[in-house]
Design a protein around this ligand. Structure first.
Ligand SMILES: Cc1cc2nc3c(=O)[nH]c(=O)nc-3n(C[C@H](O)[C@H](O)[C@H](O)COP(=O)(O)OP(=O)(O)OC[C@H]3O[C@@H](n4cnc5c(N)ncnc54)[C@H](O)[C@@H]3O)c2cc1C
Ligand code: SF4
Length: 1002
């Protein structure tokens, strides 16, 4: 094999690199990232490989893109185009100059709903594009499972295909034109060619190239006809068949040539895409879905041809084992239980879509009778409701993401590895192929996970290998046999995932030496100097070349916990770059900077652990920079398929930083220590927002943002509660059955700034017949007069010892009550959920574990009590018509928002709607920092604040987070209420709180 990439000399790694960076900075306005952290962050994608680029350029516009390419060409530096970097075969990795278009070149440039076309820049993400098309009843139908992060440029680069590819085909069937920049810098439009072409080639260079391509294709015509795999899906090699259509699904309706189709699937090796012209499809009026469960994988595969004959829009295979971990996701658990009830081994999700329901129903019935009828092995579950269908597809995506990253029960050190993924085989031979490859796997004593596009015969098989423990050696023999089997059954080795570093080596097996040489000629025509993403498709390296493996051999088991474990778990799938689904990640969403994504943060930690930033390791400034905008919302904790909890990693990183805290940080962190004093003299700290100039002064001295601070109160809840106890007020005896006892945890925020909240909670709980006690320090506490605290503010500053000490006080105070069987109820999600989460890993022993199991949010407790048949108060008709609900980000991360919705639904006449998911931007007091204020408001503007502004006067804004309520007040000038206060207002004689935008209602 020829060397794949012109090696970058050692000199280029230092002096030449900085000269290149300097020259780039002179010609482009976008980011030029040549530091070790940036290069390391772009050294991985969602594959098993790691190749460090010489540097990264993030162009702000097309002029920048052209300038960067021109300079790279002049200096002979290879370029690696990159979108989201979610490829699984290493397509977006290389040692040259990475050009990331996802941050700035991500707009829709033209949209013609009548013609059903759209022109986009390459960095736009599929979900974002489709969200903008949906109001016109249209979509771009290449619905890849990575739609939350995949860019259209990357999709075109990979010739990506979606769940419904049996109807809509791959990218090649849906791209109608590409404005590209050729290797010599010539801009050219590639589109329909010959008769019917609307645009002629503009450059002599392109015309010359195209005539050579036609000659080459004519020469290879017979070989193309003889060798080309006749399958529904193939993405390997170059699409030379544009000139002689032989694909089962032709690229154009009339067999004409569209030159853009040759560029689709070229993985950045032929030209750089500047703009894409896409064909759109109408959103179907109806979708019907059924889930078929089979006792064995062969039984499921055997049913595929018959199902395919009914004309489904999707047939997706899932190994039942992929569903098991999803039992842990509360919203999916009931569905998982239903689907796994008969202990199936494999499932097929079968969808029919179209504009008329009748014909779809008939096909669904035919499916039920044919495949799942009497005597058949399959169980049939019809999913008619569109909401439930969405849930099934959410489960499908979660299962695939889990399978990709190894979140499978019992996998241990072994993880699914992508190297024989989505081999495509003609449907009639699919069962034989599966049987044969299963036999191969058995012989090599390797288990695997199956899923994939059964509709087009492109199934993913991910062997479970412990690469760290040297099992990479098993890849080659398995791949050799798989490639031979695929060929034997008339299939295509690369049916879906692309070639990249993992698959390019196998192209010659698939297409034979003659066409492999023809592909090299195609490459030479476009890129004579071999500077466009070298090493992919032609002149490949060996797929198991250890130099490029991300996971170096080492201990067989990854560490179980902490930074090292998170780094080992993250597979770079890029789900954390999602912009339009779920809550992840507010800081990435406002900057679109890879550094600010959870993946970027974990990669930075990886580099720190490797010592790339010097002896400070995880405490290095590069890590602090990557963590700077993290608001500890924990969205990544619940939404990352690898369950990487960056909020926790941030705490660990902060705790290891060498420098001392600033005055402001120290003040924030130690709030629990000085809050009692401040509440005795509240006028003093409150002067800050009353005396002109004080806000500016505190900004300078303490780094505080120029926004009003919460108003200190003298009438704290705990003081009022003590007085009440002294007066002997409140419900005395416990309920008759003796179990009506609850311990209320009055957090610092509720106690000092908004005592109405705990008062309201007490009223509601007592109205439910409960005896409320309030958590107090233990009798032997050295500071018995100081309220208990969860220690969150210390955690946020990385002061682990101080946090541990606060947590230990709280655990000591609550442990006896827990032992007596009491539940602890909290009101502020950040505080209460710290007991459930961080308390567990602070090393506080069994008592902390017990508390974690009994600590409930107010609404969780009410829902549980009602389920246990405790009568709830008789709520009267709501004073408001609607409630707009914003779940605190930790409530979202802990799946607690449904309980919030449920308790609000108990109020007669109150219609409940949810604000878009996501963090308000105030996590860990971020918005009170001068350097966080602007970013915090931008996070609020991502969804919450516009939704609040849209709410009319008869709508009450509900949020349990103190910081969220402050953000709503400051950012949208609306008051907001804790749910306890909404319920209190609906109690007989509850009284409607007055909502003040400047505060949280009094
Ligand atoms: C959980 C998960 C599920 C997935 N599901 C699917 C699936 O259903 N179907 C599927 O096909 N793939 C799937 N993938 C793989 C991958 O996400 C897709 O192929 C996706 O289209 C890649 O987009 P990207 O923006 O990440 O591209 P990148 O990985 O950044 O780039 C892909 C290729 O395109 C090239 N490229 C990028 N931009 C340009 C440009 N402007 N000009 C020229 N070349 C360019 C790159 O050099 C590279 O070779 C999945 C991946 C994951 C992690
Ligand atoms: S905690 Fe929130 S802000 Fe921080 S990385 Fe995770 S998703 Fe992003």
């Amino acid at each position: 094999m020829k060397p794949a990439e012109p090696p970058i000399s050692p000199r280029a790694q230092s002096g030449e690199r900085s000269r290149l960076a300097q020259r780039l900075r002179r010609v482009i306005r976008g980011e030029v990232l040549f530091d070790a952290a940036s290069r390391g962050r772009y050294a991985t994608d969602a594959s098993i490989y790691r190749v460090e680029p010489v540097g990264v350029v993030v162009p702000v516009d097309e002029a920048d893109l052209l300038a960067a390419l021109e300079l790279a060409r002049e200096l002979g530096v290879p370029v690696v185009p990159r979108g989201a970097g979610s490829s699984q075969c290493g397509q977006a990795l290389g040692s040259g100059l990475v050009i990331d278009t996802s941050r700035h070149l991500n707009r829709i440039l033209a949209f013609d709903p009548a013609a059903r076309t759209v022109e986009v820049q390459p960095g736009i993400v599929l979900d974002r594009l489709n969200a903008q098309l949906a109001p016109a009843g249209l979509w771009f139908p290449v619905d890849v499972c990575s739609s939350a992060q995949a860019t259209l440029g990357g999709m075109a680069g990979n010739n990506a295909s979606g769940v419904r590819s049996v109807v809509y085909g791959n990218m090649v069937h849906n791209v109608v034109g590409i404005d590209a920049i050729l290797a010599d810098g010539t801009p050219e439009h590639f589109g329909p060619f010959g008769v019917g072409a609307t645009r002629a080639l503009g450059s002599a260079r392109a015309s010359a190239m195209v005539s050579r391509l036609f000659q080459l294709a004519a020469r290879e015509r017979e070989e193309i006809e003889r060798v080309w795999p006749r399958v529904l899906r193939r993405v390997g090699g170059y699409n030379l068949d544009v000139f002689h259509p032989v694909s089962v699904r032709p690229y154009t309706g009339d067999g004409s040539v569209n030159l853009a189709h040759l560029l689709v699937g070229s993985e950045g090796t032929l030209a750089h895409f500047r703009r894409l012209h896409l064909k759109l499809a109408p959103l179907p009026g109806h979708r019907l879905l059924a889930v078929l469960s089979f006792p064995s994988l062969p039984a499921a595969i055997a049913a595929v041809p018959e199902i395919a004959s009914l004309g489904p829009s999707a047939v997706e295979l899932l190994d039942a084992s992929m569903l098991v971990p999803l039992r842990g996701v509360r919203t999916l658990r009931p569905l998982v239980d239903t689907l796994l009830a008969g202990r199936p081994a494999a499932l097929l999700l079968v969808e029919f879509a179209g504009d008329e329901r009748g014909p779809l129903l008939r096909r669904l019935r035919a499916l039920e009778e044919g495949v799942a009828g009497p005597g058949a092995q399959a169980a049939f579950l019809e999913v008619a409701d569109p909401g439930r269908q969405r849930l099934v597809w959410a489960l499908h995506r979660a299962a695939i993401e889990g399978a990709l990253v190894g979140a499978l029960v019992g996998v241990g050190a072994r993880r699914p590895v992508s190297f024989i993924d989505e081999c495509a085989v003609p449907l009639p031979r699919l069962a034989e192929y599966v049987e044969a490859i299963e036999e191969t796997m058995r012989r090599h004593r390797v288990a695997g996970v199956w899923h994939g596009r059964a509709s087009v015969g492109a199934l993913s098989l991910r062997p479970l290998l412990a690469l760290r423990a040297g099992e990479a050696a098993k890849m080659r023999p398995i791949a050799e046999e798989a490639a031979a089997l695929v060929r034997h059954f008339g299939g295509a080795f690369s049916g879906g995932q692309g070639d990249g570093l993992a698959g390019s080596e196998w192209i010659e097996r698939d297409f034979g030496p003659r066409l492999a040489r023809a592909f090299e000629e195609v490459k030479a025509i476009f890129d004579p100097d071999g500077l466009m993403n070298p090493g992919k498709i032609v002149h490949p390296l060996r797929m198991d070349d250890g130099v490029r493996m991300r996971v170096a051999p080492g201990p067989a088991r990854a560490p179980a916990d902490g930074v090292e474990a998170a780094v080992a778990r993250c597979d770079g799938n890029g789900r954390c770059r999602a912009l339009d689904s779920g809550a992840m990640c507010p800081s990435y969403r406002i900057t679109l900077d890879e550094r600010d994504s959870p993946r970027g943060r974990v990669n930075t930690l990886r580099l720190a652990l490797e010592g790339r930033f010097g002896p400070e390791g995880v405490g290095a400034s590069e890590v602090a920079q990557a963590m700077a905008l993290c608001v500890s919302c924990k969205a990544c904790r619940s939404e990352c398929p690898s369950a990487v909890d960056v909020a926790r990693l941030k705490i660990e990183a902060l705790s290891r930083r060498p420098q001392t805290l600033s005055r402001g940080e120290r003040l924030f962190a130690s709030l629990p220590a000085w809050a009692p004093m401040a509440s005795r003299l509240p006028w003093l700290p409150n002067l800050r927002d009353r005396v002109p100039g004080m806000a500016a002064l505190t900004g300078r001295l303490l780094g505080l943002a120029r926004r009003p601070l919460p108003r200190w109160r003298r009438d704290t809840f705990l003081r009022a509660w003590s007085q009440r106890a002294q007066l002997g007020q409140g419900r005395g005896a416990p309920a008759a059955d003796g179990d009506g006892r609850v311990v209320l945890f009055a957090d610092c925020f509720s106690n000092h700034f908004e005592p109405e909240v705990p008062h309201a909670a007490v009223r509601v709980l007592e109205a439910a017949g409960l005896r409320v006690e309030v958590a107090r320090p233990a009798p032997n506490d050295p500071q018995p007069g100081r309220p208990l605290c969860c220690g969150r503010s210390y955690l946020s500053a990385g002061l682990l010892d101080r946090a541990r000490a606060e947590a230990a006080r709280t655990v000591a105070a609550l442990a006896p009550l827990i032992e007596e069987g009491a539940d602890v109820v909290g009101l502020e999600p950040a505080c209460l959920l710290t007991m459930r989460d961080e308390f567990r890993w602070l090393g506080l022993g069994d008592a902390a574990q017990a508390l974690a199991g009994r600590a409930l949010l107010f609404e969780e407790f009410l829902v549980r009590e009602r389920a246990a048949r405790r009568p709830m108060p008789a709520f009267l008709t709501s004073p408001w018509q609607r409630a707009l609900l914003h779940g605190h980000c930790h409530q979202q991360a802990f799946d607690a928002v449904p309980d919030l919705v449920q308790v609000l639904s108990w109020v007669p006449g109150l219609e409940v709607a949810s604000a878009p998911a996501g963090c308000c931007g105030m996590g860990d007091g971020f918005g009170y920092r001068a350097d966080g204020h602007g970013a915090s408001l931008r996070m609020g503007e991502l969804g919450l604040l516009p939704a609040v502004r849209d709410a009319d006067a008869s709508t009450v804004i509900v949020s349990d987070g103190f910081g969220c309520r402050r953000q709503i007040a400051d950012g949208a000038q609306r008051g907001a209420l804790h749910v306890a206060r909404v319920l209190e207002a609906a109690l007989p004689a509850g009284g409607v709180p007055i909502l003040r935008p400047g505060g949280a209602g009094g």
